[in-house]
Write a protein of this length. Structure first.
Length: 652
C-alpha cells in the first residue's frame, strides 16, 4: 500500500537520532540565549530607571562588567566559531561563555575596590588573572562578530603600549609592560569599559529593543503599506515605495542589512514587475537602506557614540543629521522618477494598492509610539529612556489587534533578536575599546592629529580629501562604528583645529565610512540586495554607487556650509536647503539624462547641467549665480531645439 512506511535503510535510524539530538541541542541553545537576553534586558531597565530590583543596583563600572560578561557569552553561543560553520562546537562555546561570565562577574563584584584601591595601577593576582582571561575572550568575541580585519586592528592598537617607546617620531608614546597594559585595558576606564561600551549600556540597548519590538509587532509591514498607499500609483511607484518605506523602516531599526532583508523581498519584485532591471532594483533598495541609518530619529549605533565623543546630547546629532539625510532621499526620489520617465515606466494599478485611511487606522500604534519616541527624545531630552517608553507604548497599543499583539512565539523571537543584536554589538565595541585605549594611554592620538595638521599645512581641502579616502578604505575592512571611532580619535581633532565645525567634522567621517556599504568591492548592502534580486552583485554595486552619488558629495557640502546641519539662522538654513535641493536636482538630471518639462537631453547638456549643479553647491554668490545661468541656458537651448524638431517633423 502506498500509505505504508518504507523500511529504513541501514544506518538511517542512528542518523535520525543524531538529527533529533542536534535539533534538541539547538533548541536548548536558543532558549539559553533567550534567557540570557531577558536577564540582560532586565538589568538594563533596572539600571536605567534605578529600580533596585532584588536590591541589585551596581556601580557604573560594575554594571559594564556584568553587561560585558553576559552579552559576550551570548555572542559565543549565537555566533559560530567559524563563519561558514554549520553548527557550533557547543562544548567550546559553553566553556568560553562561562569564562566570560566568571571573569567579568568577578570584576563586577569588585567594582568599588577597582576604583578606590586603584587596581588599574596595582591589582591583586586574582584580578590580574581574571583581566587576562577577559581580554583574550574579548579578542575572540571581536573575531567572531567583527571578522579577522577588526581582530588584527584590535590586536595591533591594543598592544601598542607594549612597543610605543620604540616607535619613531610622532608615533612614539608612553610604554607599558604586559601586565600594565592588561590592567589599563580591563581595569581602566578608557578601553574595554570606555566610551563605546558606555554608549551601549546607556543608549543603544534601549534602541535595539525598540527596533526589535517594531519588527515582531509587524511595524515593518505597516510602513511598507503606508509607502505603497502614498506613492505606489505614481510613475515608477514601486521604486519610490522602496525609497520611502526602507527609509522610514531603516531609520527606526538603525541596521542596514536587517532592513534590506525585511523590505527587499517585497520591494524588489514589484520594481522588477513594472520594468526596473533587477540590478537597478537591488541598487535602489541597498541605497535606501544604507541612507536609513543616517536618518533620525533612530540612527545607527555610531550616532550615539558620536554624541558621547562630542560631549553633546543625542538630540543635537539628530538635529544635525536631518537635512543631509532628507537631501539624500530627495536625490534618490529624483533619480528613480527620472529613470522611470526616460523609460516610460508606470506605477502599480490603484486596485492593487491599499487605501491610505485604512492603512493609517491599522497602523496608529506605530505612529503613536514614534510620536512618543520623538517627544521624549527631543522634547523632554530623556534620550536614554525614550526608546523604553516608546517600546512600552507600542506593545500596549498593538495588544488590541490579534495580528500584531505580542504572542508567546513572538516574545521568543523578540528575546532572541535582542540578545543576538546586543551580543554582537558588545563583542565588537569591547574590541574597539582596545583600539581607543591603546591610542589614549600612549598619547599617540593627540600627536598623530598634530602631525597630520602640520603635514597638511592647514589646507582644509587636502585634509578632507585624505579623511574621505581613509574613511572609505577603513570602512571596507571594519564596521562603520569601528571605522568612525578609530578616525574620530586620529582625524577629527585635526579637522576641528583647521576651523571646521566639530559636528560637521564627525559627520563627515561617518558619511564616508558608510559608503563601503554600497561601493565595490565590499558593498555589503548591494550584495545582500543582489542575492534577493538574483542578479550580479558587482553590477548592483556599480549601480548603487551611481545612485548613491549624493553621499559622496553631501559631506563636503555641509562641512563648508554648516547651515545644512542646522548651525545658522532660520533664513540661512532655508537659503542653503533651497540651493542644495536645486543643485541635487541638476546633478541627478545630468546623471539620468532627463530634465522635467524638457525631456531627454544629450551628453553635452548632461555635462553642462551637472556642472551647473556643482557650482550652485559652492557656498559663494558668484559661483551659485554662474550655476543658475548655466542651467537656464541648457533649458532654453533644449526647449528651442525641441520646438524646432517638432516643427520640422510637423512640416514633414
Amino acid at each position: 500500500m502506498s500509505g505504508d512506511p518504507k523500511p529504513l535503510a541501514a544506518g538511517s535510524a542512528p542518523s535520525a537520532r543524531n538529527q533529533a539530538g542536534s535539533s534538541s541541542r539547538a533548541q536548548a541553545l536558543r532558549w539559553l540565549v533567550r534567557i540570557m537576553g531577558a536577564v540582560g534586558v532586565l538589568m538594563a531597565i533596572n539600571q536605567q530607571f534605578l529600580l533596585n530590583l532584588f536590591g541589585f543596583q551596581p556601580l557604573g563600572n560594575a554594571y559594564l562588567y556584568y553587561l560585558i560578561g553576559l552579552f559576550l557569552a551570548v555572542s559565543f553561543l549565537a555566533i559560530p566559531i567559524q563563519s561558514k560553520a554549520r553548527r557550533h562546537l557547543l562544548w567550546l562555546d559553553l566553556l568560553l561563555g562561562a569564562a566570560a561570565m566568571i571573569s567579568a562577574g568577578y570584576l563586577g563584584l569588585h567594582g568599588l575596590e577597582i576604583i578606590q584601591a586603584g587596581w588599574e595601577y596595582d591589582a591583586p593576582l586574582i584580578a590580574d588573572i581574571m583581566s587576562s582571561i577577559l581580554i583574550l575572550l574579548v579578542l575572540e568575541g571581536v573575531r567572531r562578530a567583527g571578522g579577522p580585519i577588526l581582530l588584527v586592528t584590535a590586536l595591533i592598537f591594543g598592544s601598542y603600549p607594549l612597543f610605543a617607546g620604540y616607535m619613531p617620531g610622532f608615533l612614539w608614546g608612553t610604554q607599558f609592560s604586559l601586565i600594565e597594559t592588561v590592567r589599563a585595558h580591563v581595569l581602566g576606564v578608557e578601553s574595554i569599559i570606555g566610551i563605546p561600551m558606555q554608549v551601549v549600556a546607556e543608549l543603544v540597548i534601549g534602541f535595539v529593543i525598540f527596533g526589535s519590538v517594531l519588527v515582531v509587532t509587524k511595524g515593518s509591514e505597516f510602513f511598507m503599506e503606508l509607502a505603497s498607499a502614498l506613492l505606489g500609483h505614481s510613475r515608477g511607484g514601486p521604486a519610490k515605495v522602496a525609497v520611502m518605506g526602507s527609509g522610514i523602516l531603516g531609520s527606526l531599526s538603525g541596521s542596514v542589512i536587517s532592513n534590506i532583508l525585511m523590505s527587499a523581498p517585497f520591494s524588489i519584485p514589484t520594481m522588477k514587475r513594472v520594468g526596473y532591471p533587477a540590478s537597478y532594483a537591488a541598487a535602489v533598495e541597498s541605497c535606501a537602506s544604507t541612507g536609513a541609518t543616517l536618518m533620525p530619529p533612530v540612527m545607527g549605533t555610531v550616532a550615539f557614540v558620536m554624541a558621547s565623543f562630542l560631549g553633546v546630547q543625542y538630540s543635537t546629532i539628530v538635529a544635525a543629521a536631518v537635512i543631509p539625510a532628507l537631501l539624500f532621499y530627495v536625490a534618490l526620489l529624483f533619480q528613480v522618477d527620472m529613470f522611470a520617465a526616460r523609460r516610460g515606466l508606470q506605477g502599480l494599478p490603484r486596485s492593487e494598492l491599499p487605501d491610505i485611511w485604512p492603512v493609517l487606522r491599522k497602523g496608529w500604534p506605530y505612529l503613536l509610539s514614534l510620536a512618543v519616541l520623538i517627544y521624549v527624545l527631543m522634547g523632554l531630552r530623556m534620550e536614554s529612556r525614550a526608546p523604553y517608553y516608546a517600546s512600552a507604548v507600542m506593545l500596549i497599543a498593538t495588544a488590541f489587534n490579534r495580528e500584531t499583539r505580542l504572542t508567546f512565539e513572538r516574545f521568543k523571537v523578540l528575546l532572541h533578536d535582542i540578545a543576538v543584536s546586543v551580543g554582537s554589538l558588545v563583542a565588537i565595541l569591547a574590541g574597539i575599546g582596545l583600539v581607543v585605549g591603546g591610542l589614549s594611554y600612549t598619547g599617540v592620538a593627540g600627536a598623530f592629529s598634530r602631525e597630520l595638521l602640520l603635514y597638511a599645512g592647514g589646507n582644509t581641502a587636502l585634509m578632507l580629501a585624505a579623511g574621505a579616502v581613509t574613511s572609505f578604505v577603513l570602512g571596507m575592512g571594519m564596521t562603520v562604528t569601528a571605522c568612525y571611532i578609530f578616525l574620530s580619535i586620529l582625524l577629527a581633532p585635526a579637522l576641528i583645529q583647521t576651523g571646521l565645525d566639530p559636528v560637521a567634522s564627525h559627520l563627515f567621517i561617518l558619511y564616508w565610512g558608510m559608503l563601503s556599504y554600497i561601493t565595490p568591492p565590499v558593498a555589503l548592502a548591494a550584495i545582500t540586495a543582489a542575492n534577493v534580486a538574483r542578479t550580479n552583485p558587482l553590477t548592483t554595486g556599480v549601480q548603487a554607487m551611481r545612485l548613491g552619488i549624493t553621499l559622496f558629495i553631501l559631506p563636503f557640502i555641509f562641512v563648508y556650509d554648516p547651515a545644512l546641519i542646522m548651525h545658522g539662522t532660520p533664513m540661512e538654513v532655508l537659503h542653503s536647503v533651497a540651493l542644495a535641493v536645486i543643485a541635487i536636482w541638476a546633478l541627478t538630471s545630468g546623471f539620468e539624462a532627463w530634465i522635467y518639462r524638457v525631456g531627454r537631453i544629450g551628453l553635452p547638456s548632461r555635462v553642462a547641467f551637472g556642472l551647473g549643479g556643482l557650482l550652485i553647491l559652492v557656498p559663494e554668490p558668484i559661483t551659485s549665480l554662474t550655476g543658475f545661468a548655466i542651467l537656464a541656458c541648457v533649458i532654453v537651448l533644449n526647449l528651442t531645439l525641441g520646438r524646432r524638431k517638432a516643427e520640422a517633423k510637423a512640416e514633414a
